[in-house]
Design a protein around this ligand. Structure first.
Ligand code: GTP
Ligand code: SPV
Ligand code: MN
Length: 583
């Protein structure tokens, strides 16, 4: 079927970008074979050892293009106010003009790929169709793994013009010629100057979070930077939770958690590792789908000990980006099992030995792998109706202050816990690493509209959900005075999840503190865990002084929003202040 709206937009884009040819992607295996062969011939992909990594490839990006560039990412609403104080903004007319110039002739000598895709399970009322026009084979191939790409998208689209238009070109890959622009009011994304995941795979952060959060507010649902996981008890009951942690703060790991030996009979099922779209179902509960079809996961730190399921997922049909290449055609990164290899080629293509000063893999090196290959993928992961969510976790990377886990008093207080998440920055975005910043709901870089309105939307959703999920805050990253993590994390996080489930089920002991309910010393099952009582005490402590010290930075953050901050959020802040000072 001919879709006139789509065809005329492709023609218009081709007139602007002037590619040598236009290729419509169908998402077939034949196409994958052709594009990967072309990419290998062009030096964009290196084939890995076909015995050990069948149908898998290494890609090395430009050294200045290895992470999201938040300072060059824009929400271009007609009114500046609507994008809010936490987003970069440009006037849409000006942005189309200025960024349009960067696209002018940008694809000369190159091929323009037209990549139709669906975000969400096929046939689901949650799902959205997008089309990305790109001059990057690497992007087209990644989109094949990360989305339902090609024919499966054109069929449901029919002749409708209701699709997100994403235009992408690598341009000259210079940061000074880079812009990742969102026009939520036009359902349009223009991204130029980067080939990196979050900047260039437009279905992911650009559509499924920034554009989707804008649509979700209008349509009464939630688009969140959250994993979705099912936790099966020894009795066989599966409870689903969603969790928002900032980039490179543990979503993929929690989504694929392997219970430690002491936790007999427990199992974990992965539904999603990065993004959740959540709607109120006919029963009044909150239901979630994973809009993605693959994982774009952090490689460093992934090992058979920390995340065996992720390793198994990457066993074949995987694209690795910016990892180290070993002479035998396999890959390596810091934190993978065993001793570092004798030698290899680092992420920049230079010879590397364990004695090298620089890392072999970039700290934000990644794997792109199909979700179906995950050994613990949930049988429900493509259920068009999603899975029912019983608890929501917010979390951050905090060396101090924030305890291992705290439960909110109610929904509005939970929204406050989410709104005040603070976390140390990571290598997932360019800029300094390890600096504490406010990252509300882990959505600071991904909210497509005014953050104060987003808080308001969360508060409104709470009023509409019947038996709303309980909201918690967790922190796996508390350190001792020598900088060592106090909590073992990874599989052991199940112990915290079990307390969360206990609370959901009206059990689980807790003490009330000014910041919320914290487990009593015996409420967590610590059998088989080698953890000193004093470490546990620190992990569950709520230090009034330290929390009073948080207040000015919370107040300063909220002050950014002025009168637009919902009164209920102000009330939560003054409530905390008075509990800390007088409680
Ligand atoms: P994005 O894909 O950027 O959104 O990240 P993510 O939230 O999925 O993060 P991921 O699970 O990939 O973890 C990032 C880093 O944190 C990896 O190096 C992990 O090894 C490490 N990590 C994950 N969970 C834990 C934990 O429980 N404790 C500790 N100490 N480190 C963890
Ligand atoms: C993140 O940075 O949160 C990621 C990787 O999940 S990216 O898709 O590049 O945004
Ligand atoms: Mn992410």
């Amino acid at each position: 079927m001919v879709n006139r709206a789509l065809e005329s937009w492709v023609e218009e884009s081709a007139r602007r970008c002037k590619p040598d040819k236009v290729v419509w992607c169908d998402g077939s295996d034949e196409e994958w074979g052709r594009l990967t062969s072309e990419a290998v011939a062009a030096g964009e992909l290196i084939p890995l050892n076909p015995k050990l990594h069948p149908n898998s490839f290494l890609h090395r990006s430009a050294p200045n293009d290895v992470a999201r560039t938040e300072h060059l990412t824009y929400i271009n609403t007609r009114s500046k106010d609507d994008s809010g104080p936490t987003n970069n903004w440009r006037d849409p007319k000006q942005a189309y003009e200025q960024v349009g110039r960067l696209f002018e002739g940008a694809m000369k000598g190159r091929t323009m790929y037209v990549v139709p895709f669906v975000m969400g399970p096929l046939g689901s009322p949650f799902s959205k169709v997008g089309v990305e026009i790109t001059d990057s084979r690497y992007v087209a191939l990644n989109m094949r793994i990360m989305t339902r790409m090609g024919k499966p998208a054109l069929d449901p689209l029919g002749d409708s013009d209701d699709f997100t238009r994403g235009l992408h070109s690598c341009g000259d890959l210079k940061e000074e010629h880079r812009a990742i622009c969102h026009f939520p009011e036009d359902n349009t994304i223009w991204s130029v100057g980067s080939g990196y995941g979050g900047n260039a795979l437009l279905g992911k952060k650009c559509l499924a979070l920034r554009i989707a959060s804008f649509l979700a507010r209008g349509e009464g649902w939630l688009a969140e930077h959250m994993l979705i996981v099912g936790i099966q008890s020894p009795e066989g009951k599966i409870t689903y939770i969603a969790a928002a942690f900032p980039s490179a703060c543990g979503k993929t790991n929690l989504a694929m958690l392997v219970p430690p030996a002491s936790q007999k009979g427990w199992r974990v099922w992965t539904v999603g590792d990065d993004i959740a779209w959540m709607r109120i179902g006919p029963d009044g509960r909150l239901w979630a789908v994973n809009p993605e079809a693959g994982f774009f996961g952090v490689a460093p730190g992934t090992s058979s000990k920390s995340n065996p399921n992720a390793l198994a997922t990457t066993g074949m049909n995987t694209i690795f980006t910016n990892v180290l290449l070993k002479p035998d055609g396999t890959v390596w990164w810091e934190g993978l099992d065993g001793a570092p290899p004798e030698g290899g080629t680092d992420w920049r293509g230079r010879p590397w030995t364990p004695g090298s000063k620089e890392k072999g893999a970039h700290p934000n090196s990644r794997f792109t792998a199909p979700a179906v290959q995950c050994p613990c993928i949930s049988p429900e992961w493509e259920n068009p109706n999603g899975v029912p969510i019983s608890a929501i976790l917010f979390g951050g990377r905090r060396a101090r202050v924030a305890p291992l886990v705290v439960e909110s008093f109610d929904w509005a207080h939970g929204v406050f816990l989410g709104a005040t998440v603070a976390s140390e920055t990571t290598a997932a975005a360019t800029g300094a690493v390890g600096v504490v910043r406010r990252d509300p709901m882990a959505m600071l870089p991904f909210c497509g509209y005014h953050m104060a309105d987003y808080f308001g939307h969360w508060l409104e959703m709470g009023k509409r959900i019947k038996s709303s999920p309980r909201i918690f805050h967790v922190n796996w990253f508390r350190q001792d005075s020598s900088g060592k993590f106090l909590w073992p994390g990874f599989g052991e996080n199940l112990r915290v999840l079990r307390w969360v489930l206990d609370r959901v089920n009206g059990r689980g002991e807790a003490r009330e503190t000014p910041i919320g309910f914290v487990p009593t010393p015996n409420a967590l099952d610590l059998t088989g865990l080698d953890l000193s009582p004093s470490a546990m005490e620190t992990l569950l402590a709520v230090d009034r002084e330290a929390w009073r010290g948080e207040l000015p930075s919370q107040a300063e953050f909220f002050a950014k929003f002025g009168e637009r901050l919902p009164a209920a959020m102000k009330a939560q802040y003054t409530g905390l202040e008075s509990r800390l000072n007088h409680g």
